[in-house]
Write a protein that binds this ligand. Structure first.
Ligand code: SAM
Ligand code: SF4
Ligand code: SF4
Length: 374
């Protein structure tokens, strides 16, 4: 849980320009942080709860029956989330990702998706609206999500081997049900589908080639499989460098098995490096935040379940937007606060980790992934 909060009430009075223009929307590209990075991507955690206990995210020993998740009253309401997202869109956000915890556990999520699908960028375009899920509830919900306006989906799956997967999710959930969820998503047109595999040395690294083979053969370019380096997020997963399989090694194994060639990025700030199979049977991605930091282009902000704004996945402090929301701040005041927070940002944790330079607040407790959203 993120315990350190930066209250924002003072910002309403102290730091605003004398007159906040009624048309407060920052023209796309205008707002930049201290390293010149624009704000383009907002990840919204809609619940801190999950029905899985992946050892790298919510280890069972910590997240047991005694663990206190957030009470309902702490959660941002759908109205609060969509109002906040609208103000982020005014500041240049073009992409919204719903996450958690397991986002499909949030009741009536399709209502929120409907509200978010109405939002527009300052030049009138709909936002790119997507969601990351463990797919455990997806066969039941895919159609409703699509109907509500969800465009695409990312599904997490760490192994095809049932025993390995059950061990990794640690709640004995079968692979077959996740595969059924992927089929359901493809059937209703939530495309393109991305599948995330976190690779952990000695746990599921032997699944790298079988996973690639399966998705190439069954889905071709309809599914992009992405290999994620196991990260030192939070403080509970017992991360160590020797648990990480560097993307370069994963890529080599795939190149030897199928042949790969690099692709250009789709957009600036994209987390995954893109490669395609030389025989044309689709593409794969590599998210290498440990061995090849991509902070320089990081344009992502994260809104926690209870409305704290985090500027980095490895942050230990969040800015309390809920306090503003629930204390009568106007849109202009909220927008000004968001702009101010972003313009002061200088986070680049992975880059500093790579240089063995301790990030500024490295003594503080980092926020957990299930709380801040992946
Ligand atoms: N519950 C949903 C899911 O698993 O897809 C969404 C939330 S989960 C926190 C988002 C993503 O973060 C998942 O793809 C998950 O595999 C990834 N993740 C969680 N902990 C991680 C870690 N320590 N290193 C790398 N990726 C991690
Ligand atoms: Fe749950 Fe996703 Fe974390 Fe696994 S990675 S424990 S599914 S929130
Ligand atoms: Fe962005 Fe922080 Fe990750 Fe760097 S470490 S890419 S700043 S979230």
């Amino acid at each position: 849980m993120g315990d350190a909060t930066i209250p924002l009430i003072d910002l309403r009075h102290a730091a605003l320009p004398a007159r906040v223009p009624t048309e407060f929307a920052a023209p796309s590209g205008l707002l930049a942080d201290r390293l010149g990075r624009p704000l383009r991507d907002l990840r919204i955690s809609v619940t801190d709860r999950c029905n899985f206990r992946c050892s790298y995210c919510m280890p069972k020993e910590v997240f047991d029956s005694q663990y206190k998740f957030l009470p309902q009253s702490s959660l941002l309401s759908f109205e609060e989330i969509s109002r906040t997202a609208r103000l982020f869109a005014a500041h240049g956000v073009q992409k919204l990702r719903l996450t958690g915890g397991e986002p499909l556990l949030r009741k009536h999520l399709e209502v929120l998706i409907g509200m978010l699908s109405e939002l527009r960028t300052p030049d009138g375009h709909p936002l790119d609206l997507t969601l990351t899920t463990n797919a455990s509830l997806l066969t039941r919900k895919a159609q409703a999500l699509k109907d509500a306006g969800l465009q695409r989906i990312t599904i997490s799956l760490d192994a095809l081997d049932d025993a390995i997967f059950r061990r990794m999710n640690d709640v004995d959930f079968p692979v077959s049900d996740v595969l059924a969820g992927i089929e359901a998503a493809a059937k209703v047109g939530l495309a393109p589908i991305k599948v995330n595999m976190v690779v952990k040395q000695g746990v599921n690294d032997r699944e790298i080639v079988p996973m690639a083979r399966f998705f190439r053969e069954h889905f071709g370019s309809a599914v992009v499989l992405r290999f994620i380096e196991y990260m030192d997020v939070g403080t509970t997963n017992g991360w160590a460098m020797d648990h990480v399989v560097p993307s370069a090694e994963v890529r080599l194994r795939l190149h030897e098995a199928f042949g790969l060639e690099p692709l250009d990025p789709n957009a600036v700030g994209e987390t995954a490096e893109r490669w395609r199979y030389t025989d044309g049977r689709g593409e794969v991605g590599f998210i290498s935040s440990v061995t090849q930091a991509f902070c320089r282009d990081c344009n992502r902000a994260r809104l926690s379940t209870e409305g704290r704004l985090y500027l980095c996945l490895f942050a230990s402090r969040g800015f309390d937007l809920r306090e503003l929301l629930r204390n009568g701040a106007s849109d202009a005041e909220m927008a000004a606060a968001i702009g101010l927070i972003w313009s002061e940002r200088e986070d680049r944790y992975s880059e500093l980790r790579g240089q063995n330079a301790a990030p500024a607040d490295s003594g503080a407790r980092k926020v957990e992934m299930h709380y801040i959203g992946g």
